[in-house]
Design a binder for this molecule. Structure first.
Ligand SMILES: C=C(O[C@@H]1C=C(C(=O)O)C=C[C@H]1O)C(=O)O
Length: 377
């Protein structure tokens, strides 16, 4: 008995690879070598582009060009690679090429593991210098002060509506928007122990607590809902105290060594958050027209009959579509409002330019928040 060789359990052995499989893998290896050579050729051309930009004193990041690269590839994609995979792959390639030209420093609501970080990485790719910030205000401050080249701030959520703090800062900030990106936001209940028992408080950003309101009422009715600066901060606290739980991403669970006690606890299965990419107009020009652009404005009108009509009439007259209209109290105590408007198009198009000029005349307050390529997936 003792002399018998120990047999590996059935299923534990790798079957001998088929010659056909080996031949296909050889082809993949050869193609990967070709791809690497091509990517290096692309990178060295990006370096030359970087040299020209340096001589001209112009900026490296061109969101409209990157959007056109992705749009063009998707339009000519013969498959079987899915069009949905084109944008993430090429964002990473362009991120790596851009990083050879100059480092891109990006501020977002931290710490590590937040959805804002995920949005920043999704938009700029992973070859960036991360500047995690303690609050949305600090993202704006660091970007204004030049600590970061760009800031990523949440502006609206499909369940909870606008992110009031971001919109309030947009009224006065000198920064402007040069891009947008949106993210499916999946909330998970995270904890040190893998159980729902004896959770005293759930620590998360107020937006996340609101987006999981029904689940929390049903499953943790006794637990306090404790608002903290970010979901990752809640996860960090939960990592230090088993009486606490956090609501955050799986990336945050890995970051802070927590169990996903309950996955996808958001009340709306299609919960999405939209982020704006902001920068300093003294250091970065407004993106040129890409062909699929959006222009964001904030306006106010005096409280008089037909005021709303005066906003909408120039848009109808010049055939400009509005993809968003959001109101926010002006805090004057007079029932006055600011309207956040997204127009489809770029001011380089004369119909958009004309509509904006007439709109400006109808408004007591008028500010262009930015013009940028629409999110390409
Ligand atoms: C290479 C360039 O610089 C950056 C990198 C790009 C790329 O890798 O394709 C595109 C636009 C820029 O953000 C360029 O401007 O063409």
């Amino acid at each position: 008995m003792a002399d018998e060789p120990i047999q590996p359990p059935p299923g534990d052995t790798q079957p001998a690879a088929q010659p056909a499989l080996l031949a296909l893998r050889d082809q993949i290896d050869a193609l990967d070598r070709d791809l690497l050579a091509l990517l290096n050729r692309r990178a060295s051309i990006a370096l030359q582009v970087g040299e020209i930009k340096k001589k001209e004193g112009s900026v490296v990041f061109r969101p409209e060009r990157e959007a056109q690269v992705i749009d063009g590839l998707k339009a000519g994609n013969p498959g079987p690679l899915k069009n949905d995979n084109i944008a993430p792959i090429w964002r990473e390639i362009m991120s790596a090429c851009r990083a050879l030209e100059t480092p891109t420093r990006v501020a977002y609501l931290g710490p590590a593991g937040t959805f804002s970080e995920e949005a920043a990485l999704g938009y700029f790719g992973s070859s960036i210098v991360r500047v995690p910030c303690a609050s949305i205000d600090e993202v704006f401050r660091n970007t204004s002060a030049g600590v970061a080249d760009f800031g990523v701030v949440p502006v609206e959520n499909s369940t909870e509506g606008m992110v009031a703090r971001s919109l309030d800062i947009f009224l006065t900030t000198p920064l402007f928007i040069i891009g947008e990106t949106s993210l499916f936001v999946r909330h998970n209940l995270l904890r040190k122990d893998n159980s729902l028992d004896a959770i005293e408080a759930v620590c998360a950003h107020p937006q996340a607590l609101a987006q999981c309101h029904e689940w929390l009422s049903l499953h943790l009715p006794q637990a306090e809902r404790r608002p903290v600066a970010s979901n990752a901060e809640g996860a960090r606290q939960a990592g230090q105290d088993a009486r606490l739980a956090g609501i955050a991403s799986v990336r945050a669970a890995n970051e802070y060594g927590l169990h996903v006690v309950a996955p996808a606890i958001q009340d709306d299965a299609h919960n999405r958050t939209r982020f704006a990419i902001v920068t300093d107009p003294h250091r970065h020009p407004a993106p040129k027209a890409s062909g699929h652009d959006c222009t964001s404005l904030v306006v106010s009108v005096n409280n008089r009959p037909g005021a709303m009509y005066d906003i909408l009439a120039p848009l109808k007259k010049h055939g400009v579509s509005m993809s968003r209209l959001e109101s926010r109290p002006a805090r004057s105590g007079q029932w006055e409002y600011y309207f956040f408007i997204d127009l489809q198009g770029h001011p380089d198009e004369s119909r958009v330019d004309q509509a904006m000029k007439e709109l400006r005349e109808a408004c007591a307050f008028f500010k262009v928040l930015g013009t940028y390529p629409v999110d390409v997936h």
